[in-house]
Design a binder for this molecule. Structure first.
Ligand SMILES: [Zn+2]
Length: 146
């Protein structure tokens, strides 16, 4: 289920508070901006931007259309409803759920996957349900299920 993996990645980024990456993913897959336009807008290298995009493509098994649909259906819901659980205090990160200190963003990512996988799975289900409801309210087809 590649779309679920893409959604899981969005939720993980939101839990870690890495909203910039999510905005960049939206700029590329939803707004159709090029990596160099995005790089200029954020003041980062286009290789960094390509790295973020590549990560999503791998999660979505390079099924470009399904990824675009997942970005449109789920990203606004993730950005609007998933609050960060990693708090950064003076260069150190701390997990607000269990209090564990984490020394990097990479450590925070793997901590959430290993220690709070149940929360991640619960949020995946919630976001899918909420996106489905929103789609029905707009009178359009069900959110992508593949
Ligand atoms: Zn924790």
């Amino acid at each position: 289920m590649s779309v679920k993996e893409v959604l899981g990645y969005f939720i993980l980024k939101a839990l870690v508070g890495d909203v910039t990456v999510l905005n960049i993913i939206d700029d590329y897959f939803n707004l159709g901006m090029s990596p160099s336009e995005i790089a200029r807008a954020y003041g980062i290298s286009k290789y960094t931007v390509r790295g973020f995009i590549e990560r999503v493509l791998v999660k979505g098994r390079y099924r470009y259309r399904s990824i675009e649909e997942a970005v449109r259906a789920y990203l606004p819901v993730v950005l609007g409803s998933v609050k960060p659980v990693i708090k950064f205090e003076g260069g150190l990160a701390r997990c607000a759920i269990c209090g564990k200190r984490l020394d990097s963003v990479a450590a925070a990512n793997s901590h959430i996957v290993r220690a709070h996988g149940d929360l991640l799975n619960k949020l995946i289900k919630e976001v899918m349900a909420r996106a489905g409801r929103k789609a029905r309210e707009r009178g359009v087809q069900e959110a992508p299920a593949t």
